[in-house]
Design a protein around this ligand. Structure first.
Ligand code: BEZ
Length: 211
């Protein structure tokens, strides 16, 4: 089954570096980032997991739990985490699932046989507290991801869930946002009494005080 935005993220139980995990119970009321990397003891993956470990505090601040996986086993994960700590200067601080039975990678369609028939690609799923899938990304093995982009998307999702706005290209927290087209000008006056900039009737930019 292909997972799409808005679908409920399938639940699973799997072993991890932090013990057996029931995914939905692990997420609880938090947001979640579930991501795959192709293989332990590989260069790009080593830098990715180090970067993510460094950003863990930023994910915590946004109430987001991070969980990774590859088709390697727990013993490989444990040995490799020592390399990550040594080379990236930060120890792993989130669970890595051991998916050598491919249970989770099959459920989330993380193996692309025409790219590689055994390894997972670099998939990312952002999941909201209602367990709905809110973002799906797929990167090739040769390109390490920019995890700050995930934080930017989470900031956008959390803001646009609270207010009737959308965020423009390259938006960063604190920048002007867009009043969604379903809000007419009369309703917008109630929601944004300090006014907005009308570039076009369908493109209205507004500054939010406490976004
Ligand atoms: C890497 O992480 O460097 C990598 C992993 C699998 C294939 C190619 C590169």
């Amino acid at each position: 089954m292909t997972l799409r935005l808005g679908d409920i993220a399938p639940n699973f139980e799997q072993e991890s570096t932090e013990g057996r995990i029931d995914f939905h119970a692990y997420l609880g009321d938090s947001w979640g980032v579930l991501f795959s990397h192709p293989k332990d003891f590989t260069p790009v993956c080593t830098t990715e997991l180090g970067q993510l470990a460094k950003l863990k505090g930023e994910f915590d601040q946004r109430n987001v739990k991070v969980i990774g996986l590859s088709v390697d086993g727990l013993s490989e994960h444990r040995l490799w985490s020592k390399d990550i700590e040594e080379t990236q200067g930060t120890a792993l601080n989130f669970p890595l699932l051991s998916d050598n039975d491919r249970k989770v990678s099959s459920l989330y369609d993380m193996i692309y046989p025409n790219a590689n028939d055994t390894l997972t690609v670099r998939s990312v799923f952002i999941i909201d507290p209602n367990k709905k899938v809110r973002l799906i990304l797929t990167y090739p093995a040769s390109t390490g991801r920019n995890f700050k982009e995930l934080l930017r998307v989470i900031d956008s999702l959390q803001l646009t869930d609270r207010k009737k706005v959308a965020t423009p290209a390259n938006w960063e927290k604190g920048d002007d946002v867009i009043i969604v087209p379903s809000v007419n000008n009369d309703a917008a006056k109630q929601l944004f009494p300090e006014g907005w900039q009308e570039v076009k009737p369908y493109l209205r930019l507004v500054k939010l005080k406490n976004s």
